[in-house]
Write a protein that binds this ligand. Structure first.
Ligand code: ADP
Length: 478
């Protein structure tokens, strides 16, 4: 039943209940310890009184001895008798609660008998009998003995209470520690660890990766927070996809006009070759005809490649990893952008021939296009060109791509914000501030890193490190 109740409590109530139990345990320990301390205090006071009483009785006996030897000391004996009675009254205040009432009553009785005896002896003068003296002495001894026993008894009780107090304290401390440890364990497992996971997830989101948080089994507030975080993660992922798509659409718009321009060349060449062939109409030279037809075929293929590049780039598809030749991917991106390159600006690439990387071709091309478009903007009027180079390190399963330009560069302040979404230094209409943000997202999605080096007036160098082989790649493609 208790377990049932515990399961149905929400996290806040569980924490409150846990602390309440812990505080109650602490409170109970304090109350019991305080009570035991009070008992010890009372006992110590009684021992002190009993000690005084024992000393007073000893003094009384000394005066009794003097009285019988030298006839002196009667008054002092009586005074000490009264002092002993006062002490007994004092002891009685504690004794009532402290189980010494019996001893006190016994001493009081013996003391009264002793005083009456001594008084009778004193009044009788020299006519006192040996029997009376013996009885007095026996009463005196009895008094002495009982008071000493009382002291011993109370001392022993103090030791016992002390021992009990120590044992109780030890057990309660152990209980409080176990309860505290349980509470800490509960807080760590059910609150701190999940919150840390949430924190890690938010950091990953900030870095562009949209991994959901793994949820525990308990149906509590933390699970609901995690569900909300996971909903947010998938919503963010969806929105980022949308952003990427929008940016891509705007890139396709820009690229299409360039592509149309690029198609002019092969079409012109095809048209010229056709015209020349038609002019040869009367006496066709077979060799010349073959050359012209080869020309036409080459230019047709060129035109097909140009159109295919744009088609491949614009086709919408799900993120899919394939093993691609890096050189082809980079060249494809450069081909797409080449119509945007102003006169006097060169784009060069040095990529080793046989480097194969697991990637989503479209996304990596988009990332390269964004970097290249930025580079073209940066070199306009100040630089001479851009270069794309690569170094493969199969041993460490890593390929590094360098996209470099000798353009205007950037300040330290710009460098700090370059990868932020919507950050742009360009005029309204020409910059969206999404190019580098998307590039960052693409690289992170491929398990890689991107960073930038450069200075104002010197140029920029983007370094992209990607793993060559990715675990999720389907087997048949490897
Ligand atoms: P946009 O190009 O739309 O401004 P980006 O996210 O692509 O958005 O770039 C953000 C900013 O980073 C640019 O506005 C520019 O200031 C800076 N930047 C990007 N690439 C370069 C580069 N190659 N050289 C100098 N500055 C650059």
């Amino acid at each position: 039943m208790e377990k049932f109740l515990w399961i149905h409590l929400n996290l806040r109530r569980k924490v409150i209940l846990g602390f309440a139990i812990w505080l109650c345990a602490l409170g109970a320990i304090s109350v019991v310890s305080y009570y035991n301390l009070l008992r010890i205090e009372g006992k110590v006071a009684v021992v002190e009184i009993a000690d005084d009483l024992s000393n007073i009785i000893l003094e009384m006996r000394r005066y009794e001895k003097n009285y019988f030897l030298y006839g002196e000391g009667y008054d002092e004996n009586v005074i000490h008798g009264r002092m002993a009675l006062d002490k007994l009254d004092e002891a009685e205040n504690y004794g009532r609660q402290l189980l010494v009432a019996d001893s006190i009553a016994h001493i009081r009785e013996a003391l009264t008998a002793y005083q009456q005896n001594l008084d009778r002896i004193h009044r009788a003068g020299y006519a006192v009998s040996k029997k009376d003296i013996d009885r007095l002495r026996s009463l005196g001894q009895q008094l002495e003995e009982t008071s000493r026993r009382m002291v011993r008894f109370e001392r022993k009780r103090i030791m016992q209470i002390n021992e009990q107090l120590r044992r109780n304290l030890f057990i309660s401390l152990a209980m409080v520690l176990v309860l505290g440890a349980g509470l800490v364990h509960f807080l760590r497992n059910r609150i701190i660890r999940p919150l840390r996971e949430v924190e890690e997830t938010t950091l990953k989101i900030a870095e562009g990766s949209f991994e959901p948080v793994t949820m525990g089994r308990a149906d509590d507030e933390i699970r609901r927070i995690m569900q909300a975080i996971n909903r947010m993660v998938s919503e963010l992922e969806r929105r980022q996809e949308q952003l990427v798509q929008n940016k891509k659409l705007s890139s396709i718009g820009t690229l299409s006009s360039g592509i149309a321009h690029q198609l002019n060349n092969p079409l012109n060449n095809i048209s010229t070759s056709c015209q020349l062939l038609m002019e040869e109409d009367q006496a066709p030279d077979p060799e010349f005809t073959a050359r012209m037809l080869q020309n036409i075929e080459r230019e047709t293929l060129r035109a097909r490649d140009i159109v295919r590049g744009l088609l491949e780039f614009s086709r919408s598809h799900e993120f899919a990893l394939r093993r691609e030749n890096l050189r082809e991917v980079v060249r494809g991106a450069i081909r797409l952008i080449s119509s945007q390159t102003p006169p006097g600006v060169e784009i060069e690439s040095w990529i080793p021939e046989d480097v194969e990387v697991d990637m989503d071709r479209q996304q990596i091309q988009e990332m390269l296009l964004n970097l290249l478009i930025n580079g073209i903007h940066a070199v306009a009027g100040v630089g001479t060109g851009l270069s794309v180079t690569a170094e493969a390190d199969p041993g460490r399963n890593r390929v590094s791509l360098f996209v470099e330009d000798d353009g205007c560069g950037f300040s330290e302040e710009v460098r700090g914000q370059m990868f932020d979404p919507f950050f742009t230094t360009k005029d309204v209409g020409s910059g969206t501030g999404l190019g580098l943000y998307i590039a960052y997202g693409v690289v992170r999605k491929h398990g890689g890193e991107i960073c930038v080096e450069g200075r104002e007036g010197v140029g920029a160098r983007f370094v992209i490190r990607l793993p060559m082989r990715l675990a999720e790649l389907p087997k048949e493609q490897g």
